[in-house]
Every structure is written in structure tokens, then in C-alpha cells.
Design a protein around this ligand. Sequence first.
Ligand SMILES: Nc1ncnc2c1ncn2[C@@H]1O[C@H](COP(=O)(O)OP(=O)(O)OP(=O)(O)O)[C@@H](O)[C@H]1O
Ligand SMILES: [Mg+2]
Length: 262
Amino acid sequence: MPQPEEVVFPSRRERLEDRRKEGEHRKLLDEFFDHPALLAVSRLISRGMFDSIDFPIATGKEGGVFRATKGNEFRAVKIYRISNTTFRHLPAYVLDDLRREASVRNFGGLVFAWTRREHTILGRLVEAGVHAPRPFGHYRNVLVMQFLGTEEGAAPRLKEAQIDDPQLLYTELVQEIRRMVGTAKLVHGDLSPYNTLFWEGHPWLIDVAQAVPRDHPQARALLKRDITNFAKYLERLGADVDPEEFFKAVGGEAVGPPTPET
Ligand SMILES: Nc1ncnc2c1ncn2[C@@H]1O[C@H](COP(=O)(O)OP(=O)(O)OP(=O)(O)O)[C@@H](O)[C@H]1O
Ligand SMILES: [Mg+2]
């Protein structure tokens, strides 16, 4: 088995023009792959989750997503940073729920619970027939999932994708969200053209860790916001969308805490 360092930093060519790029790449990798992260990566490799990490697809304050190779397939590896910036942008209800379900006090524990949660939710979505990356496994702050993209690179976000038929996209989004709400019984809570990829001509929902059960006290308001975000985007593309109908079409009326019997 290769050493973790060899996996993350494959032998670098010494060609001059590559040096600068490699320098930046290296800096980024050094930032992510501290010793504990390298150990987590090597644990996942020994479990056969992937053979090597290829390059970063996207990196941000909360973590990074990398393309990985497994045999002749690709996978996506999401690594959460273990720092309080991970949760800085989260609304209080999400953090409260997480603390309750994880019953941990330290930060690392919360990040691990968050990673596990994303894995579980992705699994529920795939099972419900929603277009979302299939989860393969997780360990500590590292999640391995289906890679959405081609040999050429990762699939674009809806925001940047070329959409030829906005009305069809609307119909497909209704279908995805209706399955998420009706079958998986979850509300995403952070849906937008940024958290949706356009792959093989269809929308795929990603970034799901903050999803809540559809009977959660906040679920209805969150779904309303998700729908409003998409409605604005679709209208800008030229689709004919009525936000209220959109909300009803995804099963929004059934979302929210059960009303007490009178
Ligand atoms: N399974 C995947 N296949 C291909 N690309 C992916 C996959 N998952 C995520 N990405 C890419 O990585 C980016 C960040 O992923 P994601 O939204 O899950 O992470 P995040 O930490 O919430 O980042 P951000 O704060 O930018 O939303 C996505 O916009 C997408 O470009
Ligand atoms: Mg995101």
C-alpha cells in the first residue's frame, strides 16, 4: 500500500513551468492534509474506498472536495475542516439538532457527526430515487461518494451550466424535490443553483448535511425558501414558474410538524 503522503502528493515532475502551479497546489494540499486527515485518508484507502486522491474540485472555508480514483472509476472525497469555521454559517437549529444527536462536546466530534450525517442523508436520498451522489463510506471528517462528472472534470453547478430547456429543468426539479419530501421525508434547507449540479442533462442535489426531517418545526419555512430560490433562478432562465404552485407540486402542503388534534 502506498504511504498517505505518496497518495496525496504523487511524484511531482520537475518541469519549470509546472513549478508555480505545483507550489499553489502543494500549499492547498498542505492546508487540508494535516496528519489526522492523512491518517483518515489512508484508513479509507485501506478499506478499498479509493486508490488515490487526484486533485481538488472545490475548496472553501468549511472543507474541500477532491476527485479520487478507484480502479477505472472516479469518486468524490469531501474533507471537512476540523475548525469552528465549519459551523460558522449554520443556523442555530441545525447545530442544536447535531449536538443532541451526537452527544459530543469537542469540536472534532461534531465534525465527525456532521460527516456521518451527510453520508446517512445521501443514502436516504439515493434510496428514495433522488438524483444525489451515492455515498460509499466515511471515516472521521472524510466522506467518499459518487463522482458527478466526466474524465474532463466535475459536472458544473446549475448556476454555471448551459440550460437549453428551462421548463424541462423545472419539471425535473419538481420531481427531485417531490421525492426528497415525499419518499425520503426530508427538506434540504440549502437548495440553490449552487448546491445543484447539472450532470448528464439532469439536476443532481448535493451538499445535504443540513437537511431536516419534513416534520421539523423549521421544515416548512425552509422548503418555502428553497422553492423561492429556485423559482427566481428558473424565471431568470425564462421558465414559467409560479412559486405557490411549485411549493404544492413538491408536496409542500404536507410539510411541517403535525397539527395537534382538536
Ligand atoms: N459528488 C460530487 N461530484 C462532483 N463534484 C462535487 C461533488 N460534490 C461536490 N462537488 C463539487 O464541490 C463543490 C462543493 O461541494 P459542497 O457544496 O458539497 O461543499 P461545501 O463545503 O458546502 O461547499 P460550499 O460552501 O462551496 O457550498 C460543489 O459546488 C461541486 O462543484
Ligand atoms: Mg455547497
